[in-house]
Design a protein around this ligand. Structure first.
Ligand code: GDP
Ligand code: MG
Length: 709
């Protein structure tokens, strides 16, 4: 006779192969629902093996069992509340060290457990020799090797499950946290021993309270004598923090990692010849303690110089093409409102943005090469020490790097961060990384105001400023808004490989389509809107009678001699008209606020409209300058800016700094709202970044003016 049905919970890291093994075990006999009270998916299946019935639960994938995410709390609550008869911990054998970190925490929950060493094929390919016996001896629990994707080892696993479930015994496991912490744990256990209706293992509860686990504190608070206990719990915590001289949570987490490291080294060293692969050798240089950062900066410097110099050539062609198109359309339309709308508004606005397509493609080419080759992961590793110094996880650097492309995927990429504080801080600082939409603004201003030899350095400098500001703000937010610890860095280093041409081309193609789509929709709409705002109201009250002045000049000098004077009057009139337009009035109204940064009302209009999308700054300036430019000698926008007396290199620099730092665009604000589930955070993001931009641009402009630039 075999026992009644046993429940088996599958736990493990995300992507360790849990669901694959779950499917191997249960076949089609499964159903999917939600965990009570939360929308985390719950899969349950049934299996009879050698006369033993079992119900298998696929727990959410987690890296740890601290209360950092919903998934982690769900996973441990199922284990504590539902008391499955045993846990099968699925481990990715090719990333064993990281996976063992969870295994140790599961063992601390004091439930019978089996280790399913999955992905042994991948481990073997990577040259990792696995010694199941040594791991089995170490923890004194069964260890089974599997290849889930080929359904190998499923029966051995089930045999181990049946054997363990028949024994009904658990050999206690306890990790030694060192004399000082252990003494405090014992005190804590004495304190808690009297609690009635304790559903947690005593030692585990004590450790969690030492770690100041919010979820557990809440649970204790509602227990009969719980509320009186908490002050005593805190007293023990405080005393041992003082004795230890460091934060308890960090000390406990560190000790766990240390232990996992020991187990891992034992386990691997017992057999494996640690061979150094080519990847390892490259890594030794690229992630070198001292050289790593300069190498990273050097690669970035080359990238931005390449984007700028190579991008100029096709950009010239596109500009010619757009100009030809505009001229052709103009020649076929009669002079008037419609022609102005189509040529100055639509073609001028959209064309000014399209000509930056090559720069953007080159930037994405660079990012794709760095990503696909595996270098990005190394860059994150190199940055980890800096990130950690400001209280962020090294893993945060990956979303930040994605921010060079666009902040939207960067913010979505923060989902990989387990810790809420890490995630929120990364979401808030991601927009400070200079996204590709800002590149047209820099390129335009640099081409107009800086020499070609300086160009690459200026772009590089702006990007570095973005990184530095992101790091500084991260430190501030971490301290003020989301205090807490950062877990040590564990990340897979993908092997280096040559990116395939196909994937790179596909990526470029997608980017082009996206950019052109944006130009054809959002930027076209914004251009039309800006054209109306700069051309209306149609009738304005001029400060003087231009027609009378022109007639007077003609009468006095004759048509021929008066020509330059008439042109001058036309220019003045056009300039006055646009400054009296809706856009002009709005710009003048906000001008006092941006005057200290060196900006005039035109830049003000551009900056406000560019909250829609940063490229709109370029198209808006294009429309404003071409509307005001009556002589129709068809300056390029770049020449028009260079000829404008408000602009000089210092103003251009101040404007680049402001563009880099001020409010994220609407799409990004919307994503922040979605990812944080609150309007508070996009509002905060808007406010802090615009303030920061103002202050930094002020420093640049006023400082530069004082220094005589
Ligand atoms: P989960 O996130 O833990 O549920 O992981 P999944 O079961 O979804 O597996 C993640 C990926 O790993 C899938 O693409 C599986 O096909 C693959 N996979 C699972 N087990 C193995 C294995 O033993 N070897 C290899 N090479 N791949 C596996
Ligand atoms: Mg899964």
């Amino acid at each position: 006779m075999s026992a009644a049905c046993v429940t088996v919970a599958l736990a493990g890291n995300p992507n360790s192969g849990k669901t694959t093994i779950f499917n191997n075990i249960t076949g089609a006999r499964q159903h999917v629902g939600n965990y009570p009270g939360v929308t985390v998916e719950r899969r349950e299946g049934f299996r009879r093996f050698q006369g033993q019935d079992m119900v298998v639960i696929d727990l959410p994938g987690t890296y740890s069992l601290t209360a950092n995410s919903m998934d982690e709390v769900v996973a441990r609550n199922v284990i504590i509340d539902e008391k499955p008869d045993l846990i099968v911990n699925v481990l990715d054998a090719s990333n064993l060290e990281r996976n063992l970190y969870l295994a140790v925490q599961l063992l601390e929950l004091e439930r019978p457990m089996v280790l399913a060493l999955n992905m042994t094929d991948v481990a073997e390919q990577a040259g990792i020799k696995l010694d199941e016996k040594s791991l089995q001896r170490r923890f004194d629990i069964p260890v089974v090797g599997l290849i889930g994707s080929r359904n190998q080892g499923t029966d051995s696993l089930l045999q181990a499950v049946v054997a363990v479930s028949e024994k009904h015994e658990f050999k206690p496991f306890s990790l030694d946290y060192g004399a000082k912490i252990e003494a405090a744990i014992r005190q804590m256990m004495d304190l808690l021993a009297g609690l009635d209706g304790l559903k947690y293992p005593l030692r585990w509860l004590a450790i969690k309270l030492m770690e100041n686990d919010a979820d557990i504190r809440r649970t204790v608070a509602v227990m009969p004598q719980g509320s009186q206990l908490l002050p005593m719990v805190d007293a023990i915590r405080n005393k041992s923090t003082v004795m230890l001289g460091e934060d308890l949570e960090i000390a406990i987490a560190e000790r766990r990692y240390e232990y996992v490291g020991e187990v891992y080294r034992d386990f691997v060293d017992s057999r494996a010849q640690v061979t150094e692969t080519i990847s390892d050798r490259i890594d030794r240089v690229l992630t070198h303690r001292v050289l790593g950062l300069p190498i990273f900066l050097g690669i970035m410097w080359i990238l931005f110089n390449m984007v700028f110099t190579v991008g100029e050539i096709p950009k010239g062609w596109i500009e010619e093409g757009v100009k030809w198109f505009g001229d052709t359309v103009a020649a076929n339309l009669t002079e008037g409102e419609l022609r102005s709308l189509v040529v100055d508004g639509m073609i001028g606005g959209v064309g000014s943005v399209i000509s930056f397509l090559p720069d953007i493609l080159l930037l994405f080419l660079g990012i794709a090469l760095l990503e696909d080759s595996g270098y990005m992961a190394r860059a994150a590793f190199v940055m980890d020490r800096i990130m950690r110094a400001v209280g962020l996880h090294g893993k945060s650097f990956i979303p930040l790097l994605l921010g060079f492309g666009c902040s939207v995927p960067a913010i979505m990429g923060t989902r990989t961060l387990e810790n809420r504080g890490d995630r929120m801080v990364t979401i808030l600082v991601s927009p400070l990384m200079s996204c590709s939409a800002r590149l047209p603004v820099y390129t335009l201003l640099i081409a107009a105001f800086f020499t070609e030899s300086m160009a690459g350095n200026v772009v590089f400098g702006i990007y570095i400023l973005g990184i530095v500001m992101a790091i500084v703000m991260a430190m501030v937010f971490r301290k003020l808004l989301f205090p807490g610890i950062t877990e040590p860095f564990i990340m897979e280093m993908p092997a280096y490989h040559l990116p395939t041409l196909r994937s790179i081309m596909l990526h470029m193609w997608e980017r082009s389509v996206l950019y052109l789509k944006k130009a054809g929709t959002l930027i076209l709409t914004a251009s039309i809107l800006i054209w109306f705002l700069t051309n209306y109201p149609a009738e304005v009250q001029y400060s003087k009678d231009y027609d009378a002045a022109k007639t007077a000049v003609r009468a006095q000098y004759g048509e021929e001699t008066a020509k330059p004077m008439l042109e001058q009057l036309d220019k003045e009139q056009a300039a006055e008209k646009i400054s009296l337009s809706y856009a002009g009035r709005f710009g003048k109204a906000i001008e006092p606020a941006i005057k200290p940064l060196g900006f005039d009302w035109k830049i003000g209009v551009g900056l406000v409209s560019a909250v829609a999308a940063k490229e709109v700054l370029v198209s808006t300036l294009a429309t404003i300058y071409s509307t005001g430019d009556v002589a129709d000698d068809s300056h390029s926008l770049q020449e028009a800016l260079a000829a404008d007396s408000t602009f000089r290199p210092l103003v251009a620099l101040s404007l680049m700094v402001f563009t880099l730092l001020y409010s994220p665009c609407l799409a990004v604000l919307a994503v922040i709202r979605r990812e944080t589930n609150s309007w508070k955070w996009p509002a905060f993001s808007f406010a802090y970044s615009t303030t920061l931009a103002w202050v930094m641009a002020f420093i640049v402009y006023q400082g530069g003016t004082l220094l005589g630039f």
